[in-house]
Design a protein around this ligand. Sequence first.
Ligand code: MN
Ligand code: MN
Length: 296
Amino acid sequence: MSVDFESEQYRKHREAGEILQTVRAEAIERIEPGVSHLEVAEHVEGRIRELGAEPAFPMNISIDEEAAHATPTAGDDETFGEEMINIDIGVHIDGYIADAAITVDFSGHDELVEASEAALNAAVETVEPGVSTDLLGDIIGRTIEGYGFNPVVNLTGHGLGHWEQHAAPNIPNRRVSQGVELDVGDVIAIEPFATDGRGKVTEGSDEEIFALDEEGSVRDRGARQALDQITGTFRTLPFATRWLDVARPEMALRRLNRQDIVHGYPVLKEQEGYYVSQKEHTVVLTEDGCEVTTRA
Ligand code: MN
Ligand code: MN
């Protein structure tokens, strides 16, 4: 099969990846104890727009035992501490997505940070057409275990479709019995999570990130306004409560949620007292390996 890597689709994936690299560097520069989560998230999301793209999802800022899906609320006054901070950033241009994450650590768990980095590097070095996702999972899992930690087994990497943040196939973070063979032209996000906990996250009660399930009709004015913004701007990509330009966004989302028009993404976390590190890149499969769009 021949793939045109200069086509609009791949050019936009690549450009989204470059913008992601820029805003990730700016985020890392800003994050330090005492700085506000909201300030960093708004800076990153604002800069993505300034640079000619859109956030593919709200900036995730997950602390210590949190692994994913935490993002600041409107008016959030939380500040960074001496913690393990996972930042996960998504950028899209016309629905072509770049997705990458990194751990910024002030908690002193160097080896845990290294474990997810090494696992990602090993997977990226292995990726090429014909490689199966179960091999990647095996490599990721074994690399993390080699550091004496556990991979988070119920979080996975994924394909990146057009306007689709979590497309097939899953890229597991441990050995699984069956995989999918990757093909030239595939765009996937590989994202190992390492933990000193048991390796399984559960859903917390907080939900600040939502996405459209199925359009429907709503009578309430605020909910209808919110739905117009969702279908017109975010479409099928995740968004934050604080992104809605309606008078009472929480109320609007509760109504939309009750009618199964949107669903929330609860914060996913390990048990309290444990830590989770994360490293993620987006890669495009080339004839003989891969191109990492989110790495310089
Ligand atoms: Mn991500
Ligand atoms: Mn991802």
